[in-house]
Design a binder for this molecule. Sequence first.
Ligand code: C2E
Ligand code: CA
Ligand code: CA
Ligand code: CA
Length: 277
Amino acid sequence: KAKSGHNGHHVYRSADNSHGATRLRTLQELRIALTDDQFVLHYQPKIELKTGTVNGVEALVRWNHPTRGLLFPDQFLAMAEESGLMHTLTQVVMRQALDQAAVWLAAGRSFTVAVNLSASSLVDAELPERVAAMIESRGLPASALTLEITEEFLMADRDRAREILARLRASGIRISVDDFGTGYSSLAYLRDLPIDELKLDQSFVFPMADDARAAALVASTIDLAHGLGLRMVAEGVENGVAYDELVRYGCDYAQGYFICRPIPAADLDQWLARREI
Ligand code: C2E
Ligand code: CA
Ligand code: CA
Ligand code: CA
């Protein structure tokens, strides 16, 4: 049976079958990649708008594929999720990010490294203890780690989410709500969840520069966050116009290509060194 693919083109069975074969190969490759250390992290700085200083970095996973080159999350995350490999991938990412955080701490950098946590991590009841142990074994302060969760994570099982977040936060780990504004959650959950910051989704930030209503929406969301005692991060800051507006609206932090793209740790060190001159 034909079904509608994207761009409205029809995708037929035969196409589906070859797609299935590709999937199977990718799945096998994904398993190998996890044991073979083919995943690397790129880091994107998060700037404190008031001072211009680097407050933290976000770790973004890439797959250094042996033949296909550097693959981005949209090319493999869904498959990792569907095949139950997300848990292992999260472990790999967390280990690398915390190892790098220890290197930065030793170099006298005290910023926080943010790791993205998929909604399926909620199933893992031991997560807070395992993460705390990973932080401790590297001699890091808990503030060295920020976990970015989505509204999906919060809404899947609210009681469980609340409990796991409370345990993470009790140990000093910061919690950030990613892609804020794109989920279907009610605003009420903001009132009583143990979180530190909201990350306004880039789809709100992109149109800011040439749409007054989009800008007004961003400005009032920043006020909303502050009213609730939360910090606001804007992501997807691609130009100076958006950057300046965010400063004017009192946004706390910003991330985006205008400031710096996600890059390997060694490149980020050079970027930091250039800024400090
Ligand atoms: P996200 O967490 O919302 O990350 C922001 C995405 O926007 C990243 O894409 C980043 O490279 C990109 N970006 C940053 N600044 C700009 C900008 O100014 N303009 C534009 N157009 N894009 C910008 P990336 O690295 O491809 O990651 C995509 C998504 O994959 C992430 O969205 C996150 O949901 C997921 N992801 C990435 N790494 C991990 C990971 O280690 N674990 C999990 N569970 N998810 C991850
Ligand atoms: Ca994120
Ligand atoms: Ca985001
Ligand atoms: Ca996103």
